[in-house]
Design a protein around this ligand. Structure first.
Ligand code: ATP
Length: 314
């Protein structure tokens, strides 16, 4: 863990965050807390507000309501800018610079620059240092942009679908680099992605946004332990009365079978098979059910703030 960080300090905290564009609200009353040192998947359907949220954190957008704090400071303050790096979907690199010149610029702009870490990432992809950015493939450009973000040695890394144009082998390799770098230095990562399967072995924290609001937030193990998959024979329309007193996230039925994701409010009785969901099942259920009651666990709640959205786990 780097200097200045201690267990439990939030790397990022959103309070009643709202963002209104001309066409309407992209985010509304979003509140959650991301403790330092966590690798957090930011998940939501297209248009849910993920890029908007990350852009506010990166000080590229000013929220209409509420605020975000990074290590207790406003986005854009000298301290939060020094400690944070953002990698956007569009990688803003100077097309006429070579890769080496791009890294040199990174070194000149960032006091804590780690040239070796940046060069290692470029070298691992066999990207020539003397190649102009304009001649690189999309995936190679992403690699250089990641090298810039890592070279800054941030304590908080904000990644907006960073791997979308990388091939599966490179995605896997870069994810590995991300994980080992983050584990070694206690870096907090907030990463939006649509590739749910990829999150399973990477993230230990989740934030799901949908329809502009936070639907699920918290520690992965805790979120898993609060949910149960129930399967059994379907004998009626909808959810059987025996399951009625649990909190229902999603219920799917085929001709004879019922599968439901619930938050049990006590023992599950009846002729049901119960199992723990995996992360993909959990996320898919919330993504398919935007009206499911939200869940923001205690670790994901801000300190002393009222939460406009969501129920709160004990
Ligand atoms: N500059 C803008 N002007 C007007 N509306 C915008 C602007 N940027 C985003 N929006 C709208 O805000 C909503 C949230 O967009 P945002 O890009 O944050 O979603 P997202 O979750 O990142 O989506 P995706 O998964 O497709 O990348 C969408 O309805 C989008 O159309």
């Amino acid at each position: 863990m780097s200097d200045g960080m201690y267990a439990g300090e939030p790397a990022l905290e959103a309070y009643g965050l709202g963002m209104r564009y001309r066409r309407g609200w992209a985010l509304r009353d979003c509140s959650f807390r991301l403790p330092a040192g966590r690798i957090c998947g930011l998940v939501g359907p297209n248009g849910a507000g993920k890029t908007t949220l990350l852009s506010i954190a990166a000080h590229l957008l000013k929220p209409t309501h509420g605020s975000i704090s990074l290590f207790g400071e406003a986005p854009g303050s000298a301290e939060s800018s020094r400690r944070t790096a953002f990698l956007a979907q569009e990688k803003p690199l100077f097309r006429r610079f070579t890769v080496a010149e791009t890294l040199r610029l990174g070194r000149e702009l960032n006091p804590g620059w780690d040239q070796r870490a940046a060069e290692d990432i470029v070298r691992a992809g066999n990207v020539p240092f003397d190649a102009k950015i304009s001649t690189l493939s999309g995936g190679q450009r992403t690699r250089v942009a990641l090298a810039l973000a890592f070279g800054k040695r941030p304590e908080l890394l904000l990644l907006d679908e960073p791997m979308s144009d990388l091939d599966p082998v490179v995605r896997h390799e870069i994810m590995g680099t991300l994980l080992s770098e983050a584990a070694e230095r206690g870096t907090t990562v907030l990463m939006s992605t649509h590739v749910l399967a990829e999150l399973e072995n990477v993230c230990d924290y989740l934030v799901v946004v949908s329809g502009g609001g936070v639907r699920l937030a918290g520690d992965v193990d805790e979120l898993m332990s609060l949910h149960t998959m129930v399967t059994g024979t379907r004998d009626d329309e909808g959810l059987p009365a025996a399951l009625g007193h649990h909190t229902l996230v999603e219920c799917r039925t085929s001709e004879r079978q019922l599968t439901a994701l619930i938050r049990p409010e006590g023992p599950v009785t009846g002729p049901w098979e119960t199992d723990a969901p995996n992360m993909e099942e959990l996320l898919l259920a919330y993504l398919r059910s935007p009206d499911a009651p939200p869940l923001i666990t205690a670790t994901a709640q801000g300190q002393g703030q009222a939460f406009g959205t969501g129920t709160v786990a004990a």
